[in-house]
Design a binder for this molecule. Structure first.
Ligand SMILES: Cc1ncc(COP(=O)(O)O)c(C=O)c1O
Length: 606
């Protein structure tokens, strides 16, 4: 849900409001309003507002030339037209490249057919209460009336929303309901917002747990998948973790610490990059979500930061982790260095060899890397070994699982920490395209954490197609594959009921993929459920297809992707999108760790 905080007037107050992480800020350029910013804000005051916050100028029956001048002077991203501007007027502005929100004043008599004429020129509608003034009447209209709206333009709800309204707002299920506009109900006096009230309200509205068909139940099941199938020895740890995790969901201090680390330490938000040459090649609008630019080089840092804060709260001094590609190991070793905690990383001996640069990084960060020589010597075996360690050290140790796998609450918790990815995509798309959802999201799936994070905000929006790329190895119809969705059946692995690769006797089939991060015989319960219900489509991508995609991206965009992420890019070869569609590919990590493989293949090609 988009949150717009409108009627901001003073620089210091805006700095405070930004800590509530609004998606849009509104500035009123209307002389008769007590929140008019003409005399209180200069363009330089708006310069420090982060790029992903949409700066909206609110105008009432203003001349076009004056609007354009103000947009240029204050570097506004959108305008909100709050008077009796005609569709032709709005079109003139949108033809000039200015994105328009058109407001309508609603009462019981309002005929929503009136909005039709604006549907070509407005990015959003804003439904406000009809009152004596053009806006800021501080009154609500009957929100039941919204059901009469059947247009195609998403709308923001405005008019007298107060901190007590969160429960009523959550009940609005209209397909085009895109967000809320907060103003006088959250003020101490006109133009001075009470940030505490906004934050508290957003906790209820925005960060409340998923209330959709794909959410988890209280036993940790997504449909038939999930649960916590654990040895008795770990029950106390899991109970302790579940309690701690539920505690942080409503804890403002935790969120502040987590988001501060994400921003200042990990470097978030990661950019959403429009890739012009990939777009030209595939005949669609390709955006890359640049998780590769995070500190430590992948999305894994989001989850590692969240979990290390939990470990601190639980008073655990010893951290263990499993890793395949080494990215989760590096992220965990990093956060342990940051917090001064002991760190032990289990890694299959095959992966130790093929991801050598990451092994060196973990060691430099002070972690002990334990090569695992059981089974296939890859991610599954490393995970089993980490679970064994946890059983042996239940009191002082927290196990930072790196993906949306394992017993409840891990899949839900890791999804929650990774959901910042789609949260940002949504906000960034508004600025870049004027729409807060793409036509498709593509992400690679090992256990499924980067995909869960990239899908999360869009799971309940049927307009958004979701694609997961699996590591098919030499081919999903060969024994050398890690394509779980294509070949797997239901079973229990690492504490959770999921789709996994197994033989007729329930023995795990050893997986194979060129990419260490995708070389896992299962997928987390959320993805198992999304696959089973048909909500997401999972596409097997072979080693050579991923390698080709990596070379293509490197040559066309100057970006060397991780081998895992290259699987996601390869989906562009397999699914045809239209020229006007918006396709977001989650670039989960950078390719530094894979240079040996890339160079080896290039040499072999000659
Ligand atoms: C860069 C990168 N992408 C993707 C993955 C796959 O993990 P997940 O499916 O949990 O995102 C890994 C795992 O190590 C990785 O390092």
């Amino acid at each position: 849900m988009i949150v717009k905080v409108c009627g901001n007037k003073y620089k210091e107050n805006i700095t405070e409001v930004l800590t509530s992480k609004p998606d849009m800020l509104g500035f009123i350029f209307y002389g008769s309003s007590p929140r008019n910013v003409d005399k209180t804000l200069s363009p330089s005051d708006l310069e420090t507002i982060p790029q992903y916050v949409v700066k909206t100028g609110v105008f009432v029956n203003e001349e076009i030339s004056s609007i354009c001048k103000t947009v240029r002077y204050y570097q506004l991203d959108m305008v909100q037209l709050h008077g009796y501007e005609t569709p032709e007027f709005c079109k003139l502005l949108s033809d000039k490249g200015i994105k328009v929100i058109k407001s309508f004043h609603i009462d019981d008599m309002f005929d929503f057919a009136f909005t039709d004429k604006y549907s070509e020129c407005a990015k959003y509608f804003l439904f406000d209460t009809r009152g004596n003034n053009y806006g800021g009447n501080g009154k609500k209209f009957d929100w039941g009336i919204l059901n009469r709206y059947s247009g195609k333009v998403p709308f923001l709800l405005s008019g007298g929303i107060t901190p007590e309204d969160h429960a009523e707002i959550k009940k609005i299920k209209h397909k085009m309901f895109a967000g809320i506009d907060l103003n006088s109900g959250f003020e101490d006096k006109p133009g001075i917002k009470d940030t505490g009230k906004i934050i508290h309200f957003l906790q209820e509205i925005k960060y409340s747990r998923m209330e959709n068909r794909y959410s988890i139940n209280d036993k940790g099941f997504y449909g038939e998948f999930g649960g916590a199938f654990i040895p008795e020895m770990l029950q106390r740890n899991i109970d302790e973790l579940t309690e701690c995790y539920h505690g942080i969901l409503d804890d403002e201090r935790f969120k502040k610490e987590f988001f501060t680390l994400l921003n200042d330490y990990a470097g978030r938000p990661s950019p959403l990059y429009f890739a012009p040459r990939l777009s030209a090649r595939y005949g669609t609008r390709v955006f890359l979500k640049r998780e590769d630019l995070n500190h430590t080089g992948s999305h894994k840092i989001n989850n590692a930061l969240g979990q290390v804060l939990l470990a601190e709260r639980m008073g655990k001094k010893r951290i263990i982790a499993e890793t395949g590609a080494g990215q989760h190991g590096v992220a965990t070793a990093t956060v342990c260095a940051l917090k001064g905690l002991e760190c032990i990383v289990y890694m299959g001996a095959v992966d130790v060899k093929r991801q050598a640069p990451n092994v060196e990084r973990m060691r430099m960060l002070g972690a002990t890397v334990v090569p695992v020589t059981n089974g296939n010597m890859t991610l599954k075996d490393a995970t089993s070994e980490a679970i064994r360690d946890w059983i042996a050290h239940p009191l002082d140790t927290h196990y930072i699982i790196g993906s949306v796998v394992g017993p409840h609450p891990y899949p839900e918790m890791v999804t929650y920490f990774q959901s910042v990815i789609s949260e940002e995509i949504q906000q960034q798309l508004v600025v870049k395209t004027g729409r807060d959802y793409p036509d498709a999201v593509i992400a690679c799936v090992g256990g499924g954490s980067n995909a869960a994070g990239a899908f999360y905000k869009f799971i309940d929006n049927p307009e958004v197609k979701l694609y997961g790329a699996e590591g098919a190895g030499k081919g999903e119809d060969t024994p050398e594959t890690a394509a779980t969705m294509a070949t797997g059946t239901t079973g229990i692995l690492h504490g959770s009921r999921i789709l996994l690769m197994q033989d007729d006797y329930g023995q795990i089939t050893e997986p194979y993929s060129i990419s260490a991060g995708l070389d896992y015989p299962g997928v987390g319960p959320l993805h198992s459920h999304l696959h089973k219900t048909g909500r997401a489509t999972y596409i097997p991508v072979k080693d050579n297809e991923a390698l080709e995609a990596a070379y293509t991206t490197t040559r066309l965009e100057g970006i060397i992707p991780a081998l895992e992420s290259a699987h996601a890019i390869a989906v562009l070869e397999k699914v045809k999108f239209n020229a006007d569609q918006i396709v977001v590919v989650n670039l989960s990590g950078r390719g530094d760790k894979d240079m040996d493989t890339y160079i080896g293949r290039l040499k072999a090609k000659g």
